[in-house]
Design a protein around this ligand. Structure first.
Ligand code: FMN
Length: 183
């Protein structure tokens, strides 16, 4: 798989990290996506200490191969109170990368306090993805990123790759959720 170089935190190594199939990477965020909790598996695989992660925006592990439209879909879904599953490539502190199959969901307030449907934060757990799914996701993401690269403006890029993803799903006659679970 081709991995680009550069990115917001410096150069990528092209080295892939993996974790055990019984392990789960867990994090929680506030409403703005700032990290409020990271489990030990997350610390180990990302290479960050707890002190380095807590309070930071979750894009601290963003990898430049991820299309913007996937994160747009993620935020649209969770802010509307729904869950989402996605294949994600993340960047470790030293520039290594790791693939996950992620589930992200809103956390709702305590019903006893009268705000049962109020979203108070977000939660994500991630497991090791199957290899064929990673290959499929990497191919799709490369195409979406290429579409984004044709637009200088960030929002225009996101709209263009979002339209490309929608067209692909329409042509396949499938929904995003069905598609993700077919990979
Ligand atoms: C609970 C939760 C977990 C997230 N996990 C990740 C993650 O593992 N990697 C990532 O790049 N973005 C993750 N995000 C999305 C980021 O908040 C952000 O939208 C994304 O990195 C894109 O950043 P950008 O808009 O600065 O490009 C997560 C968001 C939430 C709410």
């Amino acid at each position: 798989m081709a991995v680009g170089t550069g990115g917001i935190h410096g150069s990528l190594t092209g080295r892939e990290r993996t974790f055990h199939r019984d392990e789960i990477i867990v994090s929680k965020t506030d409403l703005k996506g700032r990290i409020t909790y990271a489990n030990d598996v997350f610390l180990r695989i990302s290479g960050y200490s707890e002190a380095e992660l807590l309070g930071q925006p979750h894009n601290i592990v963003r990898h430049s191969d991820m299309p913007r439209c996937v994160y747009k879909l993620l935020w649209t879904r969770i802010e509307a109170g729904s869950e989402i599953f996605a294949y994600v490539i993340n960047r470790a502190k030293d520039g290594d990368h790791y693939w996950v199959f992620a589930h992200v969901t809103p956390v709702f307030g305590n019903p006893d306090s009268g705000n049962g449907r109020t979203i108070t934060g977000y939660h994500s757990s991630r497991r090791v993805p199957a290899r064929p799914a990673v290959e499929a996701a990497a191919g799709l993401y490369a195409a979406l990123r290429a579409e984004e690269a044709r637009h200088a403006d960030r929002n225009a890029a996101m709209a263009a790759s979002g339209a490309m993803l929608e067209k692909l799903l329409r042509d396949k006659g499938t929904s995003y959720d069905e598609f993700v679970f077919s990979l």
